[in-house]
Design a protein around this ligand. Structure first.
Ligand code: NAP
Length: 463
């Protein structure tokens, strides 16, 4: 039996429900708050009052890092999963159950058992504010979500045990899901893995699926990267290909299999949006494209991490003069990233009307390809497929580049594109599409699992 970890806001029932589960399954019950008190010899209100929240979080981190790794039910503190290092320890070989409840219920429960305040707000507002602030962290950390508002402690405990033993999907849902995968172009060994996960008598009911949604998407590097990360972090997940010409079919199958999430690729980044319950406000909505769908607590939430994959390698170039080649989906994310870094951006594109539309959305200049020479940019970002088979040539000539430029090619197949090879030869600083892929995938992993993967580890796993 995997370790069972309960997380969630204070007053959602972690301690009481945790004791019921431990009792029923004959496991040890551990409350991290109690461990903190016994380790420091002081009550939690006293630690908060005398040494502050920072000290409390430091002890909490030590306690979580040294928890037993099996045969236990752990109740973690309400704010523990905000820290990605804690999540990494709590998730290892464990199933994380998020307990939620409505604000009124939590307020009533807390009124009976006072805890140190987390803000200067009145209790009701504090609960609303803190729950909203922590929502994304809870979603990322949890494998399962149980609402305890209108249930007894015993009933909630029984429900969780039933899910731990049987999973969250029916035989029919799994067979329909398998039929979907069989109609795609999934390689035979992968189909056998899916059969073992979905329908084999020996299946682990808690193994969750997720994958890349696209058409076609067989070339995607995401399955290899994510499955390696699952092994590294001991996560009970499998990442596969959700390949179909219709995004509504992919979303239907993903929901009915209770998938954890999807990495969305061509041609669905815009088309997926009507099928979501929420869209990340500042990125996906402004860029108009979603590349990450997280299924959490019954909702499908869309995010865009592509723009972060462009932004991260360029933070040292804040305010630079940039030329963005291309005006398609990747260029939209890039334009958002570059303008977020206060760059002066000119979009050059084969079809000028497309450059104009994108430029007007993000307050950039625009023009035909021929304008390149008069701009003399510090940074060039290629967001066209030029350099990728069959257009395997650079979008620029040697005399258009100089050694003071930074050249970022979003194309990542091949890893060393003609533009990158040319820019290296001339002495420019170069950033490859693989860097963007790694950064956007690290951000995705964080949204899916709450774990911060070091860039170096992601790079090693991809090569
Ligand atoms: P897209 O929406 O189809 O847009 C393609 C853009 O390139 C359009 O502006 C198009 O111009 C232009 N273009 C296409 N063929 C061209 C040609 N032969 N000559 C000049 N311009 C041409 O594609 P996308 O989704 O933006 O993807 C663009 C590239 O980014 C792809 O190669 C993709 O692999 C790469 N990408 C990389 C990552 C990563 O993680 N590294 C992530 C996403 C995308 P028109 O407007 O005239 O059609």
């Amino acid at each position: 039996m995997r370790r069972i970890v309960l997380c969630g806001f204070r007053g959602t029932g972690k301690t009481e429900i945790g004791k019921v589960i431990a009792d029923q399954l004959h496991l040890t019950f551990i409350d991290t708050d109690n461990l903190i008190e016994s380790r420091t010899g002081r009550s939690i209100p006293a630690i908060f009052h005398e040494e502050g929240e920072e000290r409390f979080r430091a002890v909490e981190r030590q306690v979580i890092a040294t928890l037993p790794e099996k045969d236990a039910v752990v109740s973690s503190g309400g704010g523990a999963v905000v820290d990605p290092t804690n999540v990494e320890y709590l998730r290892r070989d464990s199933v994380l159950v998020l307990l939620v409840a409505d604000i009124d219920t939590i307020e009533q429960r807390l009124a009976k058992k006072p805890r140190p305040p987390l803000t200067n707000l009145p209790l009701h507002e504090e609960i609303a504010e803190m729950m909203e602030r922590r929502r994304q962290y809870y979603h990322a950390a949890a494998d399962l979500c149980i609402d305890t508002s209108e249930t007894t402690v015993d009933a909630a405990g029984k429900k969780i045990i039933s899910i731990l033993q049987n999973g969250t999907t029916t035989v029919q849902q799994r067979e329909t899901g398998l039929a979907f995968f069989r109609t795609g172009r999934i390689p035979a060994p992968e189909l056998r893995t899916l059969e073992a996960i979905l329908t084999a008598p020996t299946r682990d009911p808690l193994t969750r699926l997720m994958g890349v949604a696209g058409y076609p998407c067989a070339h995607s590097k995401s399955p290899a990267l994510f499955n390696n990360l699952f092994t590294r972090y001991s996560l009970n997940y499998h990442y596969t290909w959700f390949e179909d010409p219709e995004i509504d079919e992919i979303m239907r199958v993903a929901r009915s299999l209770d998938a954890r999430g999807l990495s969305v690729t061509i041609p669905f980044k815009a088309d997926v949006m009507p099928f979501l319950d929420e869209v990340d406000e500042h990125a996906a909505r402004q860029i108009g494209a979603v590349n990450t769908v997280v299924f959490a607590c019954g909702s499908a939430i869309g995010y865009n991490t592509d723009w972060l994959g462009v932004r991260k390698p360029l933070v040292s170039l804040k305010g630079a003069k940039a030329v963005l080649l291309g005006a398609g989906g990747a260029a939209a994310g890039a334009a958002y990233a570059l303008t977020d870094l206060d760059m002066k951006v000119t979009i050059l594109n084969r079809t000028q009307q497309n450059a104009k539309v994108l430029a007007e959305r993000f307050g950039c200049g625009w023009g035909p390809w021929e304008d390149f020479d008069s701009i003399r940019p510090d940074l060039v970002v290629n967001a066209t497929p030029l350099g990728m088979h069959p257009d395997d040539h650079s979008p620029l000539s040697d005399d258009q580049l100089n050694r003071d430029m930074t050249v970022f090619d979003l194309v990542y197949t091949p890893p060393e594109t003609p533009l990158i090879e040319q820019a290296r030869r001339i002495g420019c600083r170069t950033i490859t599409g693989t860097e963007m892929f790694i950064e956007q995938a690290r951000e995705q992993f964080y949204l899916f699992f709450g774990i911060d993967v070091p860039a170096e580890s992601a790079r090693e796993m991809l090569l």
